[in-house]
Design a protein around this ligand. Structure first.
Ligand SMILES: [Zn+2]
Length: 794
């Protein structure tokens, strides 16, 4: 079809049998043959302009093909039946104490499981949705209710017609709800949970209102729909989903109250801000095709931190941006099996697997780099013009670069096109040569290889006396003046690494007093990458690390926690790692002491993380900390994960952890306990937790937390190795179509393979398949890197 104007969809939901019957009218323009995307639906009748038509179902292509040729305006009437899914894709249900909770997840290609459609983001249409449900149920869609008609034991809710939008953003939900309500400029903002699960609704509603205000000002365009729902979904594969006007979240992100930890609050704020950014960037203006998915995700990622930064200066959220987004992207993008940000994708399996650290973290980091290069106000003006021009329509990356280029007068398009089309990123080697500094660039890879790709690097040079220069370094080599030189990469906005050679490294390290949190983080991150890639040895790494051992910066301590924890898990020579970690974490554990009233959120978060790290490095400390486990429900929420992990390690008692998990009334605490269970030892304990997973006493969405942790635990790696086939089957059942099955495989192979390489090789050889290939390839590559690292650190 050439275009679709309107979908008129009535879904009649059988909440007992978990089936639905759909009556759909599609109005659009045809220009030849007609093929709709449709999977798993049984079509009972299909009429075009009132006449019955013959059709074929192509299961492999997920298509419904109508026989014949059509042109001009047409009306398709389709009646179909479908099943509500028990996986976490399409229209699916979760069981709750108050009955089934129906909710849809249509991104990327889930809408076709619920109604035949052109499931392509460029085919924007209006949606007029009607739900027929039992009388005691409630329903939610993108728009407010227009009319409710009751009919015996059933009721029909007709929702107002949506503006033009893409199919992946449609939302359909039904259940028994608790409702919280706020108001933003006369528009209702609702918080929805399953019945009996509402905590303090004002916390997430206020967060949403703060972000709405920020974006309306930043984008210069008002929020477009008449209402906003924030919906806590009991089982959810992703963190959240930006369905227009009806955003879905994991419960942990919305069920907040005074007992939520500081990191839960910060995390919820970030995710709510992310999904709200999409209401403009993604929903109002949508990518033309999934190759530009990153544009949606990186933009929402970057904007969510800007929103939080504007509202909560004291959180220093760009420290978190570096630790969570830039760091993960620098790691993933230094693998051979990475992909360019702008990647060609055709089928649903390929699309599902690009919701990764490249589309979110690298894309977000590149936007941060371009904002620094273009200037903050030129960047914002470009974004505003781009959104105004393409509202209710689709756009490609180049449309945005052109807009920022116009606003800034700088060469943005060429720089961006190089960064998004080239996989990987550069490392700059800087060498002192007389009173000059000589620079060269090459591709950085964790396996030590390289190639001669050249990037246009927006390079910043920091000199003493707060002087700085910006240079576009777009060739192989160049020289700069060495006078007053301090270091490169102001605020670490540039997505590259630096290797300071010889004396220059000593010079840079000697100027630590002038470094901010980003500078220090960059030095440490580069030092670790050099160690893993084989560019430097363990002693050089250790010297740089220990030169920061008393540093109190949030980014520094977080980075060192990550590095030493990783080394502890992969390096067999424990003597090299354990004493180093014990000394470092003991120092900071003592320094941070007990919680003080009114302390900054980041201090509470650091204390929790430092205690957790020390538990793994010092068994005496684990025994000591375990004493707090009996008062688990009363201790500072920021410390709970450290205490439950200490309990797992010190006592190896699964029953007390299971009991405690069952007693908790929120996912945040349950997930902490599930993660701690991953550190238990022995087959019996492993089987005990496996039972909870199979009987779904651990939620489907949270089961991966246990297996990911257990794959890191040297004692249970062999259990995971033996179970790889059944775990893959389980994850396909739970997460099929979301891309998580692939990410799970990627995350366990490097660790389990260190213990049982033969089993992993066997698994890999037997299981090559399009839905997990990316995970397998990246996982195996990381395993090889870790094996070589082990050979070097003997
Ligand atoms: Zn997103």
């Amino acid at each position: 079809m050439e275009s679709v104007e309107l979908y008129n969809i009535e879904l009649n939901l059988d909440t007992e049998k978990k089936t639905f019957r759909g009556i759909e009218k599609i109005i659009g323009i045809a220009n030849g043959s007609i093929a709709l995307d449709s999977v798993g639906l049984s079509i009972s009748s299909l009429k075009i302009n009132g006449k019955d038509c013959q059709f074929n179902i192509d299961n492999e292509k997920q298509e419904l093909r109508v026989n014949g040729n059509f042109s001009g305006k047409i009306e398709l009437d389709i009646v179909f039946n479908g099943k509500v899914s028990d996986s976490l894709n399409g229209l699916y249900y979760s069981d709750t104490k108050s009955g089934p909770f129906f909710s849809s997840q249509f991104e990327a290609t889930g809408a076709r499981y619920t109604f035949p459609c052109i499931d392509n983001p460029a085919y924007k249409a209006e949606f007029s949705i009607t739900m027929d449900i039992p009388r005691d149920f409630e329903a939610i869609s993108n728009m407010p209710e227009e009319r409710i008609t009751e009919n015996g034991q059933r009721k029909t809710i007709k929702f107002m017609k949506t503006p033009k939008m893409s199919t992946y953003l449609v939302y359909i939900g039904a259940g028994h709800y608790d409702v919280g309500r706020g108001d933003y400029n006369g528009k209702p903002v609702y918080l929805i949970t399953s019945k009996g699960n509402m905590k303090d609704s004002s916390i997430p509603i206020e967060m949403a209102k703060g972000s709405l205000k920020f974006y309306e000002e930043y984008f210069g365009i008002n929020y477009q729909l008449p209402k906003l729902h924030l919906i806590a979904v009991p089982e959810f594969a992703f963190g959240a989903m930006e369905n227009w006007g009806a955003i879905t979240f994991r419960e942990v992100l919305l069920n907040l109250d005074g007992s939520s930890s500081a990191s839960a609050i910060k995390n919820a704020d970030e995710v709510i801000a992310h999904e709200l950014a999409h209401q403009w960037f993604g929903n109002l203006v949508t990518m033309k095709w999934w190759n530009d998915l990153w544009l949606n995700e990186s933009f929402a990622t970057f904007m969510s931190f800007k929103s939080a930064d504007a509202r909560h200066k004291e959180w220093n959220v760009f420290d978190d941006f570096i630790i969570s987004q830039t760091s993960g992207a620098l790691h993933g993008d230094s693998l051979r099996k990475t992909h360019p940000i702008d990647v060609e994708v055709k089928n649903p399996n390929e699309i599902a697997q690009i919701f990764d650290e490249i589309s979110y973290g690298k894309g977000g980091s590149i936007l941060r780099m371009i904002e620094a290069y273009a200037g903050e106000s030129a960047f914002r003006d470009g974004v505003r013009n781009h959104l105004k021009k393409n509202s209710f329509s689709n756009a490609i990356g180049n449309d945005l670069w052109t807009a920022i280029e116009k606003a800034s007068g700088k060469d943005i398009s060429n720089v961006m096109s190089a960064w998004i089309k080239t996989p990987g990123y550069p490392i700059i080697t800087a060498k002192k040569s007389g009173d000059r500094i000589h620079l060269s660039q090459k591709k950085f890879r964790l396996d030590g290889s390289s190639d001669d790709t050249i990037w246009p690097i927006p390079l910043t040079v920091i000199r003493s006396g707060s002087k700085k220069e910006s240079i576009l370094f777009n060739k192989n080599e160049m020289d700069i003046d060495g006078k007053d030189f301090l270091r490169f990469n102001e605020n670490h906005t540039g997505f590259y690494r630096v290797n300071y050679e010889g004396d220059l490294l000593q010079h840079v390290l000697s100027k630590k007093d002038s470094m901010n949190s980003f500078d220090k983080w960059g030095i440490l991150s580069d030092a670790f990458a050099a160690l893993v890639s084989g560019a430097s040895n363990f002693n050089t790494y250790k010297n740089i690390l220990t030169s920061f051992s008393k540093d109190e910066e949030y980014t520094v301590i977080n980075e060192i926690i990550g590095q030493l924890s990783e080394l502890r898990l992969v390096i067999q020579n424990k003597e090299k790692i354990m004493p180093l970690g014990k000394e470092y974490f003991s120092y900071h554990q003592k320094r941070l002491g007990d919680k003080k009233n009114g302390e900054p959120a980041n201090i509470s978060i650091l204390r929790g993380r430092v205690n957790l790290a020390l538990v793994h490095f010092d068994s005496e400390f684990a025994k000591e900390l375990d004493k707090k486990f009996k008062d688990y429900d009363k201790i500072d929420p920021n410390l709970r994960m450290a205490v439950s992990t200490a309990h797992a390690i010190a006592t190896n008692d699964s029953e007390s952890l299971v009991e405690s998990m069952k007693r908790q009334n929120n996912d945040e605490d349950r997930v902490k306990l599930i993660s701690s269970m991953g550190w238990l030892k022995g087959e019996n304990n492993y089987n005990r937790i496996m039972e909870l997973v199979k009987s779904q006493q651990i939620k489907k969405q949270d089961s991966r937390t246990f297996f990911v942790t257990a794959s890191r635990n040297p004692d249970t790696r062999k259990n995971i190795a033996n179970d790889m086939d059944s775990l893959l089957a389980l994850f396909r059942k739970y997460y099929g179509g979301t891309g998580y099955e692939s990410r799970f495989i990627e995350s366990v192979i490097p660790y389990v393979g260190l213990t049982d390489k033969a089993k992993i090789d066997d698994f890999v050889n037997r299981n090559k398949s399009p839905d997990i290939n990316q995970g397998i390839e990246k996982g195996v590559e990381e395993l090889t890197i870790y094996q070589k690292l082990n050979e070097r650190i003997k």
